[in-house]
Design a protein around this ligand. Sequence first.
Ligand code: MG
Length: 382
Amino acid sequence: MKNIAILGSTGSIGKNTLEVISRHRDKFRVTALAVKNNVSILEEQIAEFKPDVVAVFDEAAAGRLRKKNPSVKILSGEQGMIDVATLDGVETVVSAIVGSPGLVPTLEAIKAGKDIALATKEALVMAGHLVMSEALKRGVSIIPVDSEHSAVFQCLEGRDMEEVEKIVLTASGGPFLKKSVQELMNVTPAEALNHPNWNMGKKISIDSATLMNKGLEVIEARWLFNIPVEKIGVILHPQSIIHSMVRFIDGSVIAQMSVPDMKGPISYALSYPERFSNVLPPLNLAEIKELTFEDPDINKYPALALTYNALNAGGTMPCVMNAANEIAVEAFLSEKISFTKISRVVSDTMAEHKVMKGNTIEEIISASEWAKQRAGEFVDKN
Ligand code: MG
């Protein structure tokens, strides 16, 4: 029986994780849950999974939950998230908090020696070197939940990294694959949220439409697999059946395929190195018939170029890119800026950043705060 804590249990990854666990109650126990503020869904999860401890980031929401559930141990604030992440007896922490708030609890979980099933890619985007060196030091495994990285992880099993020529991340291209650069100027949040293949949270859906999500995944792959950025490529594959692939030095390519459903990578991250049954429906290639591919157009998806620039600049720059993007996406969702302005706000913020090494968490967080502030000013100027 593996004891699991889930950071971000009411989001899309969190709910899918609980669904996977509910099919394998003999193998997993939900020991702790942490959420930002959605206590109505958390209450249902408490009733169903009976965790020992829960944490609610938002103090007011935590107070409401305490009144209604006096018998449950309910923590709150950032400390509550950290307490869940480091709880005694927990073996694996599913890190699925949206965005930069996921960094500190994830890092604390690693320091406490917990294995990580990592969905919060921002932890690696913001502080990949810190997170990975801490994991190495503590001997903890970081198993990717991101579908692309789960695919690469599976393709690399048993291989030597010296044999890898290139990691190729696939991208669906999002809902605007067929739109021209001109047409992108007037797209609405509702259109951008309408992803063709994946049903995800709002932030990641917008990031998928700009391809910033793929950019963040390039950075994630750089740290997770300790591979230089030149060896990471991106290809558009609208059907989202091949979740990513690895090309080896002999020219052979290994790809991982399945129907697009996050329960696949979540289940593998929890069951690794085993595989569990009853996870995904079979893949019917004869029904799908066609798998197509194309190179991404950088003019249409400038976020991808920003990513490579950020990685080449190094230090705190990827963290700044991520923070500016969070502000820009929020501004687009609340209709303060247009879709094409998202990347503009990010690149303007990056252009003003003086790169620091980012060797401490304080430096990382201060760069992130600076970028959020500056990006907010670019949004207001708009
Ligand atoms: Mg992904």
